[in-house]
Design a protein around this ligand. Structure first.
Ligand code: SF4
Ligand code: SF4
Length: 95
């Protein structure tokens, strides 16, 4: 399952995208995030509980500000670079 954490507003499009099918629960992205914006959550996926990365609730509504120092428009943020599964990407399109 692909989950988009973020929003579109009048200034553009801002999402951290996590593919829970690719995520193996290694926690490397959570360890590398300078803002502590990522956490591990347990979800019911494909008939079993699986622990995967997610953007924490408190950061979802302010993701543009949380992530801006990582320069997400380049898609080479600490979370993206940490993930050897290719489970994290940034969709970042400021107008
Ligand atoms: S872009 Fe930066 S601040 Fe945002 S989730 Fe990834 S590592 Fe954390
Ligand atoms: S680094 Fe990738 S595989 Fe590891 S927990 Fe984060 S999203 Fe999942």
């Amino acid at each position: 399952m692909i989950t988009h954490y973020g929003y579109i507003d009048g200034s553009g499009e801002y999402f951290i995208v996590i593919d829970s099918d690719k995520c193996n629960g290694c926690r490397k992205c959570t360890e590398k995030c300078p803002q502590n914006a990522l956490e591990m959550v347990t979800e019911f996926i494909d008939l079993e509980d699986k622990t995967v990365a997610a953007v924490s609730e408190t950061h979802r509504k302010k993701i543009r500000y949380t992530c801006q120092e990582c320069e997400p428009e380049r898609n080479k943020t600490p979370c993206v670079l940490a993930c050897q599964q290719g489970a994290v990407k940034c969709v970042w399109k400021p107008l």
